[in-house]
Write a protein that binds this ligand. Structure first.
Ligand SMILES: [Zn+2]
Length: 688
C-alpha cells in the first residue's frame, strides 16, 4: 500500500472514532449533522478503494470543515448537563492512560492485604521527571471491563489506596491521585461509609504532599475518599458534585414520578458542578483547559499539559512549606518535605479545608469567636483565666438574683416538642407483638420514647437527648449565631430554609454546647433532624469545627448525637467538602489526645456517616436506628435485587463491625458515663 493511501485510511479511522465519540456523549448534536459526517467518511473510503485518492482527500477536507462548524455550533457554550455527559465518555483518557502518558515507569501494586484487589482503584509507583511519586486513581477501564465497576470503589479499594499512601509516606514520596468515579459502590456489607470516613481522617495526617487531578467524574464521597489533597487540579470538562445529576433532579423535579430532561438540566445548573464553579468556591486550585470537544485518548499533546500542572502543584505545595525553594525537577527528590516542614504542611492542609463554606454569622458571634481565638494564645490564656472565671460566676449570680434564669436552661424549660403533642401513637411492632397504642406525652416522659411492651425505639428530637443524657440545667449552648444560608442560590431552597428555621426554631441543623454528663464536663454536639433532615452544610461544618477547637483548647471530651440524612444537597460541593472539614477537625482532636464518643441514632446516613459520625473512639447506636451509606432504593437498583427490611438497622451494622455497642435508650446515659469514667484512669482529670 502506498504511504499516501495508508495515511488516508488512518484519517478515516480517526474520523470514525470521532463520530462514535459524538454519538457517545449525546449532547444534542442533531442526527442530520452526524449523518452528514458519516456520509463524508463513507465517500472518502469508497474513493480511496477506487484509487481516486485526491477526491477521497477532498472528502476528508470537507469532513474537517464540517467538524469545525459543529465544534463552533455545539461546543462553544456547553451547559453543565452537557459537561456531565462529556465527563463520562468512553473515549476520555482514564487513570491508566495518564499513568502511561504522564509518568515514566509506572509499576502497579496490588493486594495490600485488603481482602480484594479491587480493580476500580489502581495504585503504583511511577516517576515524574525522574522523581519517584505514588500514583493512585479510580480506573473505569475500557469497554467490557465490568470487573472495574465503572470506577466505583469498594471499601477494600479505598483501603488499598490508603495503604498505598501510607507506603508513600514511609519513603517521603509525594502522592498524585486521579479522581474519576460516579461514587463509591453502595453495598453496605463491607461498610463503605465507615471506610470513607477513615480515609478522610487518615489523608489529613499524611506527611507528604498530595496533588489530585479530577479527570472525569468527581462523584461525591467516593471521590473525596482519595482526594483530601493540598492542591486540586480539575479538567474543564470534568464535574465534581455532592450527588449525581439524576439524584439532584429527583429533588428538584416538580413531578417526582416523571423526571424530565429539563429537570436534569436545572439540577446540573443548580448543583454547580463545573470546574469553573468549583474554582469560584475555592475548592479547585487550577483548571486545565481541554480541547473544545473534550479530551480524548488520542490527544497525545494533552498529557504534557497535565504533567506540567502536576509539577506546578507539587512546586506550590513545597514552596508553601519552605522558605528557600527552587523549582527544578532536575534536583533529586525536590518535593520531599523535611521533618520540620511537616507541621506546616498539615497546618496548611487544615486551613485549606477550614476556609470552605458559606454561612451567616451574627456580629456578637463573630466578636465572641475572635476573643475565643485570642484566648488560645498561651500568655493571654494564663492572664485572663482567673478573670473569666470570676466574670462567669458573677453573671451566673446576677442572673439568679434577678430571677432571670435564661442563662441556665432548666430541664423543664428545654422544649419537648413531641412530648407536648396530645395524641396516641401506634408501635410499628404492634402487628407482631400486639403492643398497645401509647399516649405520646407518656411515651416520652416515662419511657424515653421506647415502646413499653416490645422496646421499639421511636425517633426522638434532639431536645429529648439533652434530657436523657445531660445533667439537669448544665447545658449551655455556644456559637448559636451561626446560620444556614443558600450559598449557591439553589432553586426553591430559600423558602425551604425559612420553613426549616420556623419549624425547628433553630438557625441551622446543629447545636453545640457545654454540658455535664454524670458530672463530667463535655462538649456536646447534636444534630436536629427537623432542620432540613439534619443535613450537613457549611454552617453545621463550621459549628462542628469550632466546637472541636473548644474541646481541644479546654481539654474536654466530645460527645456527639447524630441524627442526619447526610450532606446537604442544596449546598452542593460546599456541603461535600464539610465532610473533609469535620473529619480533619476530629483528626486534629485525636492527635491532641482527645476522646470522642459518637452516638448514632435514627437516622445516621450518607455523608454524615461517611465522616465525623464514624470517627468516634467508641461508637454507640440506638436499637433499630437506620444507619447506612446510600438510600435503600439506590442499593437495590445497583445490585438488582431486594434487600431485607432490617438491612440498614443498627443491629445489622453492628454485626458487620461498624458499631461498637447497640445501647438501649434507657441505659444510654449510664453507658456514656461509664465510658467517660474511663478517661480518669489516664491521670490528670482535666486532660480530656
Ligand atoms: Zn412495641
Amino acid at each position: 500500500m502506498q504511504d499516501r493511501e495508508k495515511l488516508i485510511f488512518l484519517k478515516i479511522d480517526e474520523a470514525r472514532l470521532l463520530v462514535d465519540y459524538f454519538k457517545d456523549i449525546n449532547i444534542g448534536i442533531p442526527q442530520e449533522e452526524i449523518n452528514a459526517l458519516e456520509f463524508l467518511i463513507k465517500e472518502a473510503e469508497n474513493f480511496v478503494i477506487l484509487g481516486k485518492l485526491t477526491i477521497s482527500q477532498n472528502r476528508l477536507e470537507s469532513f474537517d470543515q464540517k467538524l469545525r462548524s459543529i465544534e463552533d455550533k455545539y461546543f462553544s457554550e456547553l451547559t453543565p448537563r452537557q459537561i456531565d455527559y462529556i465527563s463520562r465518555s468512553e473515549q476520555r483518557p482514564k487513570t491508566l492512560d495518564y499513568t502511561r502518558e504522564v509518568f515514566e515507569d509506572f509499576e502497579e501494586i496490588k493486594g495490600f492485604e485488603a481482602n480484594s484487589p479491587d480493580p476500580a482503584i489502581v495504585c503504583g509507583f511511577a516517576k515524574l521527571h525522574g522523581n519517584e511519586v505514588m500514583v493512585i486513581g479510580h480506573e473505569k477501564g475500557t469497554f467490557g471491563e465490568h470487573f472495574r465497576r465503572g470506577g466505583s470503589a469498594l471499601p477494600q479499594g479505598n483501603y488499598k489506596a490508603m495503604r498505598a499512601m501510607k507506603l508513600a509516606e514511609k519513603f517521603g514520596i509525594p502522592v498524585v491521585t486521579f479522581i474519576d468515579t460516579p461514587g463509591s459502590w453502595p453495598l453496605e456489607e463491607f461498610l463503605p461509609a465507615q471506610r470513607i470516613a477513615k480515609n478522610l481522617e487518615m489523608q489529613y495526617l499524611l506527611k507528604v504532599p498530595h496533588v489530585s487531578v479530577v479527570i472525569g467524574e468527581g462523584g461525591s464521597g467516593g471521590a473525596l475518599a482519595i482526594d483530601i489533597s493540598d492542591y486540586r487540579i480539575m479538567l474543564d470538562k470534568a464535574y465534581y458534585s455532592v450527588i449525581s445529576v439524576s439524584g439532584g433532579a429527583a429533588i428538584i423535579a416538580r413531578d417526582k414520578r416523571h423526571i424530565t430532561e429539563d429537570d436534569m438540566n436545572r439540577a446540573a445548573e443548580n448543583l454547580k458542578i463545573t470546574a469553573k464553579d468549583a474554582y469560584r468556591l475555592g475548592i479547585v486550585d487550577k483548571i486545565i483547559k481541554e480541547p473544545k470537544i473534550g479530551v480524548r485518548k488520542t490527544d497525545k499533546d494533552f498529557f504534557p499539559i497535565v504533567r506540567d500542572a502536576i509539577v506546578e502543584g507539587f512546586d506550590t505545595v513545597k514552596a508553601s512549606v519552605s522558605y528557600f525553594f527552587v523549582s527544578d525537577t532536575k534536583i533529586k527528590n525536590v518535593w520531599k518535605v523535611k521533618n520540620h516542614q511537616i507541621r506546616k504542611l498539615l497546618r496548611n492542609r487544615a486551613k485549606k479545608y477550614k476556609k470552605i463554606g458559606v454561612y451567616h454569622s451574627s456580629i456578637s458571634d463573630q466578636l465572641k469567636h475572635l476573643f475565643g481565638e485570642l484566648y488560645r494564645l498561651k500568655p493571654i490564656h494564663y492572664l485572663f483565666t482567673p478573670f473569666r472565671k470570676t466574670f462567669d460566676s458573677y453573671i451566673k449570680r446576677r442572673a439568679l438574683e434577678r430571677g432571670k434564669e435564661d442563662l441556665i436552661l432548666k430541664p423543664q424549660e428545654q422544649p419537648k416538642v413531641l412530648a407536648y403533642e396530645d395524641r396516641w401513637v401506634e408501635c410499628p411492632n404492634a402487628p407482631i407483638h400486639g403492643c398497645q397504642d401509647i399516649w405520646v406525652p407518656t411515651l416520652f416522659e416515662e419511657y424515653d420514647g421506647t415502646c413499653p411492651h416490645c422496646g421499639y425505639h421511636f425517633r426522638l428530637i434532639i431536645d429529648n437527648y439533652i434530657d436523657i443524657l445531660v445533667d439537669p440545667g448544665t447545658f449551655r449552648e455556644f456559637n448559636e449565631g451561626i446560620e444556614s444560608v443558600n450559598p449557591l442560590g439553589f432553586e426553591g431552597f430559600d423558602e425551604k430554609l425559612v420553613k426549616a428555621k420556623k419549624t425547628s426554631g433553630k438557625k441551622c441543623a446543629m447545636i453545640t454546647g457545654y454540658a455535664h454528663i454524670g458530672g463530667h464536663p463535655v462538649v456536646l454536639i447534636l444534630t436536629d433532624v427537623r432542620f432540613r433532615a439534619g443535613t450537613l452544610g457549611s454552617a453545621e461544618g463550621e459549628k462542628f469545627w469550632r466546637a472541636i477547637k473548644r474541646a481541644i483548647r479546654e481539654k474536654k471530651p466530645v460527645v456527639a448525637v447524630h441524627q442526619s440524612g447526610g450532606a446537604r444537597i442544596e449546598e452542593g460541593l460546599l456541603a461535600l467538602m464539610q465532610m473533609a472539614k469535620t473529619s480533619i477537625a476530629i483528626a486534629q482532636f485525636k492527635q491532641a489526645g482527645g476522646y470522642y464518643i459518637s452516638i448514632q441514632t435514627d437516622p445516621t446516613m450518607a455523608g454524615v456517616l461517611a465522616s465525623y459520625a464514624s470517627l468516634g473512639d467508641i461508637i454507640l447506636a440506638e436499637p433499630n436506628a437506620q444507619i447506612g451509606f446510600a438510600g435503600i432504593h439506590v442499593i437495590e437498583q445497583t445490585v438488582k435485587h431486594k434487600k431485607p427490611k432490617n438491612y440498614q438497622h443498627s443491629e445489622m451494622v453492628m454485626g458487620r463491625g461498624g458499631i461498637d455497642m447497640v445501647v438501649r435508650r434507657h441505659d444510654l446515659k449510664e453507658t456514656v458515663v461509664r465510658l467517660l469514667e474511663l478517661k480518669k484512669i489516664r491521670g490528670r482529670e482535666e486532660q480530656f
